[in-house]
Design a protein. Structure first.
Length: 127
């Protein structure tokens, strides 16, 4: 005696799952890009004195060197290559840190999460 089981439409189900997975990845990438641009702009606003931190603009060099690196699909870096950027961020023995990058990340954490969730949901629903 033998029993056979056949799942009809499994190929279509697998194709649909793969399409939704691709949508989730695309949504994550879109969300990361939007969230990164938000944080980048907010760091620049912080440096220029438009947020809680004291202004760090003298010549404008620090403000104008804040950039974005795409490290991996799920990792972005907002940075300044200037040697003295770390002294402005963390302080020195004679100057308190201004924490433009840290405070901006802390202030906008929930916005970043919401942006990414919204983009993933939208992409999966339309996939």
């Amino acid at each position: 005696m033998a029993i056979s089981v056949a799942i009809i439409g499994i190929d279509k189900a697998i194709a649909m799952i793969k399409k939704k997975e691709r949508g989730a990845i695309d949504g994550m990438n879109n969300g990361m890009n939007k969230a990164t641009l938000l944080i980048w702009g907010e760091v620049k606003e912080s440096i220029s004195g438009h947020r809680a931190e004291p202004t760090s603009v003298d010549t404008g060099l620090f403000l104008n060197t804040v950039g974005i690196n795409n490290i991996e699909p799920e990792t972005r870096e907002i940075f300044s290559p200037l040697e003295y950027a770390k002294h402005l961020e963390y302080g020195t023995s004679s100057r308190n840190g201004r924490y433009h990058f840290k405070n901006t990340a802390d202030r906008n954490r929930s916005k970043v999460i919401e942006i990414i969730k919204k983009e993933i949901k939208s992409a999966v629903e339309s996939a």
